[in-house]
Ligand binder design. Structure first.
Ligand code: NAD
Length: 353
């Protein structure tokens, strides 16, 4: 089980340190885990001038899975676009062909008050958003800003091939099969031809999954339904841009971005696992960051890349135990619970494990 660890920037090193302790505990219990570290993002720019050095990419390619902290920070915001830390992230996703981004939005009962929505709307929420990650308007050509008829215009291309839609649809149906067997595909077929193809292909893939109940929803309605009645969803699948927006919306339903893991998978279940949040430069280096999203990302890694369901459940169980014991980092703190820092909540997870 070769894992490439990319700590990244901001709180990245602090939160991955706690996840590494969990991996070390599993290793001493007998899982054949090997880890190796490399640079990505702003720290890589500082060390080598580029956000995704070739050595990092080689290590990531050779590994079975990648664990990433987070990248970015204000000190790199002024750099040219191709040197920005976020380019490292887009680059590694594209190079490893990580086309399926899985983002669960789960609201632990202990944290029901963290949501800005009424507890009865969100209590027990457990949805999975599958976002296509390597296509769509974010990568489509042609793109640019140029002069046309004396005016400056900006333009991008929304494009999906049938094969790209088919493979993300398959991943989504497979996940739905392991959950409550309901899949909602989100598009904008009333306006965009590209997403008419999306709907047609998803409907075709559905024929191989008669046990999954497929529905379609326009993206504007999906954005409304997510705040009106989010528990109607089990698995949602959508393209890169709609998924970017809807998965952030869904994560905020839980009110605690520091709790949410994510996975990005290729066709062979190799994956990159990372928390859904960013590098939180405002709290970096202060020992305040919540490492649970990163620790839960390790659980997803064990489940999806290494097929170690038992170890995944063990980690998730340990996190639930820590919450039930009333320990909270500042981002999820409420009166009546005990506020602790990054390392202390890591200690508690290890003890519960
Ligand atoms: P952010 O997620 O880093 O922070 C948003 C807010 O949530 C901040 O107040 C932060 O303190 C808090 N927060 C986030 N994670 C937390 C945690 N684990 N524990 C406690 N509090 C936490 O988003 P942002 O402020 O918009 O972006 C900051 C930097 O991160 C930017 O440079 C951005 O480009 C980058 N970013 C990186 C990724 C990634 O690496 N995948 C994703 C999003 C943003």
């Amino acid at each position: 089980m070769k894992i490439c660890v990319l700590r990244g920037d901001g709180i990245g090193p602090e939160i991955t340190a706690e996840a590494l302790r969990v991996l070390e505990a599993l290793r001493s219990d007998g899982l054949p885990i090997e880890t190796e570290q490399a640079l990505i993002g702003g720290s890589a720019v500082d060390a080598s001038g580029v956000p995704l050095p070739e050595t990092t990419l080689t290590l990531a390619r050779e590994a079975d899975a990648v664990l990433l902290g987070a990248v970015g920070g204000p000190q790199w915001d002024g750099l040219p676009r191709d040197q920005r830390p976020e380019r490292g992230l887009l680059g590694i996703r594209k190079s490893l062909e990580l086309f399926a981004n899985l983002r669960p939005a789960i609201l632990y009962p202990e944290l029901a008050n963290a949501s800005t929505l009424k507890p009865e709307i969100v209590a027990g929420l457990d949805i999975m958003i599958v976002r296509e990650l390597t296509g769509d308007i974010y990568f489509g050509q042609p793109r640019g800003i140029e002069q046309r008829d004396g005016q400056t215009v900006g333009y991008n291309t929304m494009i999906y091939s049938e094969a790209e839609i088919r493979r993300i649809a398959k991943v989504s149906f497979e996940i739905a099969m392991k959950r409550n067997r309901r899949l909602c595909s989100v598009d904008k077929m009333n306006v965009l031809e590209c997403t008419q193809l999306w709907r047609d292909v998803v409907s075709d893939v559905a024929k191989a999954y008669p046990d999954v109940e497929l529905s379609h929803m326009l993206v504007d309605n999906a954005a409304m339904q997510l705040v009106r009645n989010p528990k109607q969803f089990d698995v949602m699948v959508t393209g890169n841009m709609f998924g970017d927006i809807l998965s952030d919306e869904a994560s905020m339903l839980t009110g605690s971005i520091g709790m949410l893991p994510s996975a990005s998978l290729d066709a062979a279940d190799k994956g990159m696992y990372e928390p859904s949040h960013g590098s939180a430069p405002d709290i970096a280096g202060k020992g305040l960051a919540n490492p649970l999203a990163t620790i839960l990302s390790v659980a997803m890694m064990l489940r999806y890349t290494f097929a170690q369901e038992e170890a995944a459940l063990r980690i998730e169980g340990a996190v639930k135990q820590v919450l039930a014991d009333g320990l909270r980092t500042a981002d999820i703190y409420e009166e009546g619970t005990t506020k602790v820092g990054t390392a202390a909540i890591g200690d508690a997870v290890l003890a519960a494990l």
